[in-house]
Write a protein that binds this ligand. Structure first.
Ligand code: SAM
Ligand code: MD0
Ligand code: SF4
Length: 357
């Protein structure tokens, strides 16, 4: 291993914040050097989480969206998909099924559906309240950008997490990806959520035209936002969108490891929504500690970047992922362990202390 890589990994294991040139270097690595980075990422994951992995159920209850993100299948006007909206009863039922199957959290996600974004968020607040209280698991909401008072009502209804991904912290690239949307408003919403005592998740896309320097900027921005969960997703081309044939290097695995080295105590997803079950092992081996985008088969629910891959086969289920965990010497945490993690982090967040970076 080159001396400077040994030096970066030593400093990471001492949990010293890495300067941006180190991040740029880490996300450029391939081959055996990258394997060494993964090994350090796993050491740090084990330090904070042992063998335990958290499991998130994903309920994309409305794919209607008024926005036109260049990368997204569900952008308004894309005739290559038919939007759906599930009723509160359907959402409750699917959430109960997910809970019974052994997930630790329900992620309630929607496009910027005009039904809520223009006609009022009361039904969404009601939905969060009933899922939180009737299903009994922690709830994450991914509703897009919403006003501060709505976030406050959602927190009051029992939401634990607010997820909202910037995709990039390069404003020019943001304007090309999240067409017509306001960079600062999207960032501010996360700060409001944090100040209201919600846990927050930030995310970045790779393979969308970003530079290594942009990825380093993202890690710095994530440090500032003090999110409890940080993610990277590899871009998946979507039919009917401006980026249908876009091609760019994808650094998802190296970035998962760079996130773990930068934020050892935080939650980092291995999403089933990019490469399905076949991609799970690599993401866990790179240092992720949460499996996201678990979707019950035959529920009529879609993924985001892989709208159908592996869902009806039952591969995106707790049963589907357990053998992978076992093979890697990992195990599903218990719902009680996850609740305790959330409760502790929420106490820290309320006290304004955030998590240790
Ligand atoms: N509509 C809300 C919003 O955009 O904030 C909630 C949905 S959000 C959880 C969808 C996320 O999935 C995006 O923020 C993006 O990070 C990811 N995503 C969407 N399309 C993707 C694609 N084609 N490839 C990879 N990730 C994608
Ligand atoms: C995932 N498909 O975890 C989901 C989604 C939204 N909070 C998460 C992007 O991959
Ligand atoms: Fe809408 Fe979200 Fe897709 Fe953007 S990423 S088009 S806001 S569903």
């Amino acid at each position: 291993m080159p001396r400077f890589l040994t030096d970066i990994l030593d400093r990471s294991l001492r949990e010293e914040p890495l300067p941006r040139e180190d991040i740029r270097f880490l996300v450029s690595l391939e081959g055996p050097d990258l394997q060494d980075v993964f090994a350090s990422a796993r050491t740090l994951r084990e330090r904070y989480f042992g063998r335990g992995v958290f499991l998130y159920g994903f309920v994309y209850f409305s794919t209607w969206c008024r926005n036109r993100c260049a990368f997204c299948l569900y952008r308004t006007g894309n005739d290559r998909h038919t939007p759906y909206r599930k009723s509160p009863g359907e959402v409750l039922e699917v959430s109960r099924n997910l809970a019974e199957s052994g997930v630790h959290l329900i992620d309630l996600t929607m496009g910027e559906d005009a039904l809520y974004h223009e006609q009022g968020f009361e039904p969404l607040v009601g939905l969060v309240r009933s899922v939180r209280h009737e299903v009994g698991l922690p709830v994450m909401i991914s509703p897009g950008v919403v006003p501060r008072d709505v976030l406050s009502s959602l927190a009051g209804a029992g939401a634990d997490w607010y997820a909202c991904y910037q995709e990039t912290h390069n404003r020019d690239l943001f304007a090309r990806l999240r067409v017509g949307q306001d960079y600062s408003q999207r960032m501010n919403t996360k700060t409001w959520a944090r100040d209201l005592g919600l846990l927050t998740e930030e995310g970045v896309l790779t393979g969308v035209g970003e530079t290594q320097d942009d990825l380093a900027t993202t890690i710095e921005a994530m440090r500032d936002v003090r999110c409890q969960q940080v993610r990277v997703m590899g871009f998946v081309n979507q039919a009917g969108t401006p980026m249908e044939r876009f091609s760019w290097p994808n650094r998802e695995l190296a970035m998962i490891a760079a996130l773990r080295l930068s934020f050892p105590s935080r939650l980092i997803p291995a999403s089933l929504d990019v490469d399905g079950l076949a991609g799970l092992e690599l993401r866990l081996q790179a240092g992720a500690n949460v499996i996201t985008s678990l979707i019950p088969p035959h529920s009529g629910l879609a993924g985001v970047s892989q709208h159908s891959l592996d869902i009806d086969e039952g591969n995106r289920s707790v049963k589907g992922v357990l053998p992978v965990l076992e093979r890697l010497g990992l195990e599903a945490s218990t719902a009680e362990e996850y609740e305790a993690w959330v409760a502790r982090e929420r106490r820290l967040a309320m006290a304004g202390e955030g998590v240790r970076a």
